[in-house]
Structure formats: structure tokens, C-alpha cells
Design a protein. Structure first.
Ligand code: PEP
Length: 251
């Protein structure tokens, strides 16, 4: 782990009903009775639970985040949620450009960039996701794909302290497969180099780069121990307080 303070974010995706707040209470209990976590802890529930997570998590230091936002601040966009609405509900972070949004909703880097800009404008920190498909990795294009996504998805005006990057190889999300430790190390070093190119040495080095994709209690310690891995974005394993806490404790 580098000197950047780590962050572990849980992405509940389209999972969670009111009773799921019991898991949040259990996570809060574990976080407040166990050893103090070294990582910032963010939980990104479905929008229906966001205000409850923000209110309930506050006393134990759990920070609420959204899973997506619209690029416009308001208007005729039925079913969408703006960044300021997420902030109003208590969110401090929002995931943008998750591969499920890129694939299922046709989100391009330009759309992701506009969403990140909207998030920053509303006072939220966007967690900007990038990652290659399996075919792109097989074709030895992983690094160039991720570099291009990074360049086009971070808004021009963004300051280093306003953004978080998440490297999520698409083929590792929800599959139980992960890149090797060397592959993660190489990609995070490449992302760090791009951030340093863009923001300069000290600013580029201070941006968190999270790893996401089948991060589990069993592999968290070794993955989170890699130099330029500054935390994780956790899907499936964030749904159970015990598993999520084990990952947080692995930092
Ligand atoms: C994710 O959805 O961001 C993710 C990393 O999912 P999982 O941990 O389930 O692979």
C-alpha cells in the first residue's frame, strides 16, 4: 500500500431492501467494536436506500455513495438521478463509468466524463471506473485501453483531490476470477504513471487507485498489499457485513 490513505467502497448494485440495513448495522458494529479501520469505508447502496445508509452510517464513520448519476443537474430525465440529488440524500461519493453502465447503458468515455464533472459540481467525489475486456487483454491491449479510458473519462477541470480511479477488469467483475498480482501491479503502475503525467508528481501520486473485480476476504490481503493499490471497489462481497469487514480489515 502506498502512502495514499486507503478507501474501500462497497457497490451493492441492484441489491438491497429495507431489511438489508441490518447488514449495515452489523458492519457498523464490527467497525466500532473491532480495531479501528485503516481505510475510509464507503457503501454505495441502491438509490432507494441512500438516505437511510447516510443517516445510519454516520455514527460509525460509514460514508454513503451513489452508484451512478445523470450528467445534467435536473430536467426531463424520467427515472434518472442527478448528482445534487445524491448529495442531498447524504452521499459524498458516486461511482461513474462502471462497466455494467458502460455495457448495459451504452455509456461512452464522454458520457462518463460528463457525469464525473456533474458529480464534482455537486460536491461529490466521482469514483471513475476503467477496465479492459477479456478480449482486449488477450490482444495485449489492456494498458492502452485503460489509458485511453482514463484520459477521456477524467474531466479536464478536475483537481487531483476531487477524483478517485477504480481499475476494474471487466472479465473479473462478478466472475470469481482476478488478474495475477503482477498483472494488477503492472496496471496500477501504468495508471499511476498516466496520473503523474497529467497532474504532476505529487498530485498524481496522491490520487487513489482502487482495484475492483472479485475482491474477496480470501484474496484481499495480497491484492490490497500491492504498492499502487490504494483500496478496493467491492461488489458481491460487500453485501455481507462479515465479508466486507474482513476486506476492510485486510488493509
Ligand atoms: C463491482 O461491481 O464493482 C465489482 C467489483 O463486483 P465484484 O466484486 O462482485 O466482482
Amino acid at each position: 500500500m502506498s502512502t495514499v490513505s486507503p478507501l474501500i467502497a462497497g457497490n451493492w448494485k441492484m441489491n438491497g431492501l429495507t431489511h438489508s440495513l441490518d447488514e449495515l448495522s452489523e458492519l457498523a458494529r464490527l467497525l466500532t467494536t473491532g480495531e479501528s479501520p485503516r481505510a475510509l469505508v464507503v457503501v454505495c447502496p441502491p438509490a432507494t436506500l441512500l438516505a437511510a445508509v447516510a443517516a445510519q452510517g454516520a455514527s460509525s464513520g460509514i460514508i454513503a455513495g451513489g452508484q451512478d448519476c445523470h450528467r445534467e443537474p435536473h430536467g426531463a430525465h424520467t427515472g434518472d438521478i442527478s448528482a445534487s440529488m445524491l448529495a442531498d440524500a447524504g452521499a459524498q461519493y458516486v461511482i461513474v463509468g462502471h462497466s455494467e453502465r458502460r455495457t448495459n447503458h451504452g455509456e461512452t468515455d464522454q458520457i462518463v466524463c460528463a457525469k464525473a464533472e456533474a458529480a464534482i459540481g455537486a460536491g461529490l467525489k466521482p469514483i471513475i471506473c476503467v477496465g479492459e475486456t477479456e478480449a482486449q487483454r488477450d490482444a495485449a491491449e489492456a494498458e492502452s485501453v485503460v489509458s485511453a479510458q482514463l484520459a477521456a473519462s477524467i474531466p479536464d477541470a478536475a483537481e487531483h483531490h476531487e477524483v478517485v480511479v477504480a481499475y476494474e477488469p471487466v472479465w473479473a467483475i462478478g466472475t470469481g476470477r482476478t488478474p495475477t498480482l503482477d498483472e494488477i501491479d503492472e496496471m496500477h503502475n501504468a495508471i499511476r504513471a498516466r496520473l503523474v503525467d497529467r497532474f504532476g508528481l505529487s498530485k498524481g501520486e496522491s490520487i487513489r487507485i482502487l482495484y475492483g473485480g472479485s475482491l474477496k476476504p480470501q484474496n484481499a490481503r495480497e491484492i490490497l498489499g500491492i504498492g499502487n493499490v490504494n483500496g478496493g471497489l467491492v461488489g458481491g462481497a460487500s453485501l455481507l457485513a462479515k465479508d466486507f469487514y474482513t476486506i476492510i480489515s485486510a488493509v
